[in-house]
Design a protein around this ligand. Structure first.
Ligand code: NIG
Ligand code: FE
Length: 404
C-alpha cells in the first residue's frame, strides 16, 4: 500500500466544474492499493491507516493524471512520407487522396501485412507512446476496408490489450473511405459494412465504438446515419470524424444520433456547436492534423463558451497526423485552439476519458480509480506546456506500478 508524498502540486483533474477546473492540491500525497487510488489530499492530512505504508518521495515534482489519447489510428501498414513532401510542395490532402494516395495507400499496405507484422509494428509504437506518459488510448481500425482486414486490425488491438497494462479501447472504422473495389458501387460497400462487418466485429466483441468519416469526400450524413443505426443494434456506440474539411452537418448528426464524441470539427457550424452542447457530445480537437495538412485549427473557445467539453487528442495516423506526441497536441491547442494550459490538461485527461468511455476508471486522480499518474519536473502545468521540450515525464505510474 504505497504513498507518494512531497508533491508540490497535484492536479486531480476531477470531472466536476468546467473546462478550466483541474482541482489542484498543493503539498499533496496519494495513497493506493493493488493499482487503485485509495486516498488523495494534503500530505499533512494523510489518514493514520496509511502511516505505516511504503513512502515514495515525489521530489517536489508536480503530478498529473496519466494522459489519455482518445483518438488514434495506431495499427497501420507502411508510412506516407512521400505525401508529406507533396503537401509541402503545394498539393492538398484531398488532391492526394483523389489521386489514389491518402487513406487508400495505407489500406494497400495494411492489407498486404500479416496480423503478426501489424502487431509487431503497433506494439513498438505503443511502447513509445506509453513512455511519453499516455496511460489510456483509443485505437481505430479503418485501413482494412474488407471484413477480414478490418478484423485483422481489431485483433491486433485485442492482443495489445491482453499484453500491455495500458487501458486500450477499440473503435471500428470500416466507414473510413470506399475501397477501390467498391468505388463504383458505394451502396454495396455500405451494405457490406452493415450486413457483414458490424455483425462480425460484434460477434468477436472486438470494438466498443463505431466511427465514420463524415465528409463530402467520404460518407454523407444519410449514409452515416444508416451505418450508425446498424452499429447501435449490435451495441456499438457512435463517434464521428466530423466537419474536418467542410461543414457537412457532422456535428448535428453526432447530437441526433447520441454520439459520445465528434472529432476534428474545424469547420463546425454555430448550430452544430449548440446541438452538441445540448446533447452533451464531447468535442475532440486534433490540432496535429491541422499542423500537417496546413488546414485551419479549431478555435475551441466558442465550443467551451457554449458548454461543450473539449477533449484533446493526437489523431496519430500515417497521413494527416504522423506524430503521437500528445503534449505537442496540448501545446498546439493552447496556441492555436485558444485553450489555457489548465483547459488543455482537462481535455487530455478526464474529458478524453469520457470521449473513450473510461471515465469511471481513468482520467483523474481520485479514490476508486486506476493509479495512473505522471511526475513532471515543472513548477506548474502552465509552465510545463509553455516551456515545450522533447522530454518524457520524470516518472510514470500505471495501475500503481512504476514503469521502468
Ligand atoms: O482523422 N480524416 C480521416 N481520417 C484520418 C486521416 C487518415 C489518413 O490520412 O490516413 C484523420 O485525419
Ligand atoms: Fe482520425
Amino acid at each position: 500500500m504505497p504513498v507518494l508524498n512531497n508533491i508540490s502540486t497535484l492536479y486531480t483533474c476531477r470531472d466536476d466544474g468546467a473546462q478550466p477546473d483541474i482541482h489542484p492540491i498543493n503539498d499533496a500525497a496519494i495513497a493506493w492499493n493493488n493499482g487503485t487510488v485509495e486516498w488523495v489530499g494534503k500530505a499533512s492530512d494523510i489518514p493514520a491507516t496509511f502511516k505505516s505504508a511504503e513512502v515514495i518521495d515525489a521530489g517536489g515534482n508536480i503530478v498529473i493524471p496519466g494522459l489519455v489519447d482518445c483518438h488514434t489510428h495506431l495499427c497501420f501498414g507502411g508510412w506516407r512520407a512521400d505525401e508529406f513532401e507533396m503537401r509541402i510542395q503545394g498539393r492538398s490532402y484531398l488532391e492526394i487522396a483523389k489521386a489514389g494516395g491518402g487513406i487508400l495507400s495505407t489500406v494497400k499496405a495494411t492489407r498486404a501485412a500479416t496480423e503478426n507484422e501489424l502487431y509487431e509494428k503497433a506494439k513498438n509504437l505503443l511502447e513509445e507512446i506509453i513512455s511519453t506518459g499516455v496511460t489510456s488510448i483509443e485505437c481505430k481500425s479503418g485501413y482494412g476496408l474488407s471484413v477480414e482486414d478490418e478484423l485483422k486490425q481489431l485483433r491486433v488491438y485485442r492482443k495489445l490489450r491482453e499484453e500491455f497494462p495500458v487501458h486500450i479501447v477499440s473503435t471500428f472504422l470500416g466507414a473510413h473511405t470506399y475501397p477501390p473495389e467498391y468505388k463504383e458501387d458505394r451502396k454495396a460497400y455500405i451494405n457490406l459494412v452493415i450486413n457483414e462487418m458490424i455483425p462480425a466485429v460484434a460477434e468477436e466483441n472486438l470494438a466498443t465504438y463505431c466511427d465514420i468519416f463524415v465528409e463530402e469526400s467520404a460518407f454523407s450524413v444519410d449514409e452515416a446515419r444508416k451505418i450508425f443505426e446498424a452499429g447501435k443494434e449490435h451495441g456499438l456506440i457512435p463517434k464521428l470524424h466530423a466537419d474536418q474539411l467542410s461543414s457537412g452537418g457532422g456535428a448535428e448528426l453526432a447530437a441526433d444520433i447520441g454520439a459520445v464524441s465528434a472529432d476534428h470539427l474545424e469547420q463546425i457550424s454555430d448550430e452544430g456547436i449548440r446541438k452538441m452542447a445540448d446533447a452533451g457530445v464531447i468535442g475532440v480537437t486534433l490540432p496535429i492534423a491541422s499542423l500537417y495538412t496546413q488546414q485551419p485549427y479549431l478555435n475551441c473557445r466558442p465550443l467551451v463558451d457554449a458548454g461543450v467539453e473539449v477533449a484533446v487528442a493526437t489523431d496519430f495516423n500515417p497521413g494527416s497526423a504522423p506524430s503521437y506526441d500528445l503534449r505537442l497536441a496540448m501545446m498546439l491547442t493552447c496556441n492555436h485552439g485558444r485553450l489555457t494550459p489548465s483547459e488543455a490538461l482537462k481535455g487530455a485527461t478526464i474529458y478524453a476519458a469520457k470521449a473513450m468511455g473510461v471515465e469511471k476508471s481513468a482520467g483523474s486522480i481520485e479514490p476508486g480509480k486506476s493509479a495512473d499518474f505522471l511526475l513532471l519536473n515543472a513548477p506548474s502545468v502552465n509552465f510545463w506546456l509553455y516551456h515545450h521540450q522533447p522530454k518524457k515525464p520524470e516518472k510514470i505510474f500505471l495501475k500503481g506500478q512504476l514503469l521502468a
